[in-house]
Design a protein. Structure first.
Lengths: 322, 340
């Protein structure tokens, strides 16, 4: 059974003059012990999906879903009690995610205290152990430090240690490398990979960075305008993308074309979140769109474990990856 | 910049403030249109008596010379004698200052104890009825004149409920039959030092109403400042991160958000302590509190300049010392303060 099993998740946020469709229709299946990428541009609903999983949606949010299950439990009812116990967040931008006026010891100890009934000495030992597990040298010194005394990479490792301190089995990593240098980012990704293998964790990796997906993810879901458009094993999605949006996204990467050519940008813009969409959300920007695409929801298609939603049938040409 | 250097710098700045105030007090004395010698010489003095007083007060010396003499005397705690009573000012201050300091310190403590948590709760329940009630209460606390609040408190707690004494600093039974040994002059501390818990309770009961009166204004301000600081901080990412790690709401509010918000509240604390020291005059009179306020107001009315100067300097010193302590507290709570 998949750890996360989500079918047709929608989230509407109340707003003056009608609801905001933060999520329109998200399908998401995450298998235990894997790293699953959640890919999309900013505003596509990645973070909103994470907040829904953590039970941290704004007040008045309206959740709808055909299935919204974590380990077989209805997340809608139990998300806030699972938060920090079974599902934890590795927050983006570690400099902002750590409290500037508290020592690292306090910030890890508070997490340990919230979830484990341990005496102080045991918690201290645990904190040292967790920091060491994230590859931080001299954990004792780190514990005494304040966030501003640590580098960005060290701060990110502390944030990961906090998430580990919860004991959760699903970690949601929200853009864990965006705030870091490329080399440090690669080290953090390797660390996450190692933690998944050693501790049997499952990670939902929220990112807009295809390189991150290629480097650590086992599988991935592509989001567009609050809708999941394509889903499958990492190699399938990246090398044989089926949905026109995924293709356009990959074609827009700086190293996609031969040197000297212009970058391929996706024309048009994301549909505004308050707009109702009858057909395919990507149709207005899609080169292959037909008249019918705008009228009715695109059918789901499947090829092995690879799933996508598109009206236009097409073969597995490797045109986008070339 | 390290903590040590930070404290050292604060200390030097404070010394400048004290010297500056000494200078201002001296200048003010020269500008006031009255003849100190005539005041010093007593009622209806003869010409010789005034001449004699002029010599005793060194009024013939040059201004710089007199300023240095004045500064030296102040630095050594030799405040001279009162023009009116001829008593040693340092002795009077030793008798009156502790009572005022005790009142000011306790009221400032109360202001914090009420204002900061109230502001934190209001921020957590922003827009709710608790927040609205708190907003009203803080406006009332800031706007209500001290004399009115004092009488209101006296009416409710002393007259109507009869649970707290109306005025004074000690019950007559204790003050006369078994007085406290004045070690520090602070009744609460002296009572604890001599293990007189009956006297401690009595002193505390006498302290509550005047301290509450003085605390209302700073508590209201501290609440509003804490509330607005907390609202901004609760939006920060590290608060969301703490929630996403499953920390309890109370832990986040008081353990994570509040330490970020006490900076502005502590700053206002320094001001409110000064407010309590000067505002004590009226409150001391209403509550028959044997403090500096009444002593100084009488001195002002009779142009008893050495008393005014000494009291001004001592209050300045207290204020400066309080701010030093606050700066230190702030540096201990927020380690980034020493970097600025």
């Amino acid at each position: 059974m998949a750890l996360l099993d989500i079918r047709a998740l929608s989230v509407d946020l109340p707003a003056p003059g009608g609801a905001i469709h933060a999520l329109r229709r998200v399908d998401l299946t995450v298998t235990r012990g894997t790293i699953h990428g959640l890919i999309g541009e900013s505003g596509c609903g990645k973070t909103m999906t994470a907040m829904a999983l953590l039970g941290l949606l704004p007040r008045g949010a309206d959740i709808g879903a055909e299935r919204f299950l974590f380990d077989g439990m209805a997340l809608r009812d139990v998300a806030s009690s699972l938060r920090g116990r079974r599902i934890a967040l590795i927050s983006q931008d570690p400099a902002a995610a750590l409290n500037p006026v508290l020592t690292i010891r306090r910030q890890i100890d508070d997490v340990l205290r919230a979830h484990h009934d341990l005496p102080r000495v045991a918690r201290d030992a645990r904190a040292v152990e967790l920091l060491a597990a994230t590859g931080l040298p001299d954990p004792a010194r780190v514990l005494r430090s304040y966030p501003h005394q640590l580098s960005g990479g060290m701060q990110q490792r502390v944030v990961i240690a906090q998430a580990l301190a919860t004991g959760a089995d699903l970690l949601i990593a929200d853009e864990p490398t965006t705030a870091l240098d490329v080399t440090i980012g690669a080290q953090v990704l390797a660390l996450l990979r190692r933690l998944v293998q050693e501790r049997g964790l499952t990670i939902l990796m929220i990112t807009h960075d295809m390189d991150v997906v290629a480097e650590v993810c086992d599988s991935a879901t592509v989001l567009y305008a609050g809708t999941s458009v394509e889903d499958g094993p990492m190699s399938e999605v990246l090398t044989r993308p089926r949905h026109p949006y995924t293709r356009a996204l990959l074609a827009a990467l700086p190293d996609a074309g031969p040197p000297g050519t212009r970058l391929a940008a996706i024309e048009g813009r994301i549909p505004p979140p308050f707009e109702a969409i009858a057909g395919c959300a990507f149709a207005p920007r899609c080169a292959a769109a037909q008249a019918e695409c705008r009228l009715r929801p695109p059918p789901e298609r499947q090829d092995g474990q690879h799933r996508w939603t598109c009206l236009v049938e097409r073969g597995t040409d490797d045109q986008a990856a070339a | 910049m390290g903590l040590g250097r930070y404290i050292f710098r604060r200390f030097i700045l404070s010394a400048f403030v004290v010297v500056g105030v000494t200078f201002l007090v001296f200048v003010a004395a020269q500008v006031v249109p009255s003849d100190p010698a005539a005041l010093y010489a007593g009622p209806r003095p003869s010409a010789e008596q005034i001449e004699k007083a002029r010599a005793e007060l060194h009024l013939e010396a040059s201004l710089p010379e007199r300023f240095i003499r004045f500064g030296k005397a102040m630095a050594t705690g030799d405040f001279g004698v009162s023009y009116k009573s001829r008593r040693l000012i340092s002795q009077d201050l030793a008798a009156f200052l502790p009572a005022t300091l005790e009142l000011a310190a306790f009221s400032t403590f109360l202001a914090l104890l009420i204002g900061i948590p109230a502001g934190a709760f209001a921020a957590a329940r922003r827009g709710g009825w608790l927040d609205r009630m708190g907003g009203l209460a803080s406006i009332a606390a800031v706007a209500m004149p001290a004399f009115f609040l004092a009488m209101l408190l006296q009416f409710v707690f002393a007259k109507w409920l009869g649970v707290l004494p109306l005025s004074g600093r000690m019950s007559r039974e204790i003050a006369i039959s078994a007085p406290l040994a004045p070690v520090t002059g602070f009744a609460l501390i002296d009572a604890l030092l001599s293990r007189r818990f009956d006297a401690f309770g009595d002193a505390l009961a006498h302290l509550i109403l005047p301290a509450l009166t003085l605390a209302a204004y700073p508590a209201g301000i501290a609440m509003r400042l804490t509330r607005s600081a907390m609202i901004e901080i609760l939006e920060r990412r590290h608060i969301l991160a703490a929630r996403a790690l499953g920390l309890s709401g109370r832990r986040i509010l008081f353990g994570h958000a509040l330490p970020n918000a006490v900076g502005p509240a502590l700053t206002v604390l320094g001001l409110s302590f000064a407010f309590a020291l000067t505002g004590a005059v009226l409150v001391e009179i209403i509550f028959a509190w044997p403090g500096l306020g009444r002593y100084v107001s009488e001195a002002i009315l009779s142009k008893d300049f050495p008393v005014i100067a000494a009291a001004t300097l001592v209050v300045t010193l207290c204020y400066v010392a309080m701010n030093l302590v606050l700066d230190l507290a702030q540096a201990l709570i927020d380690p980034r303060v020493t970097l600025k």
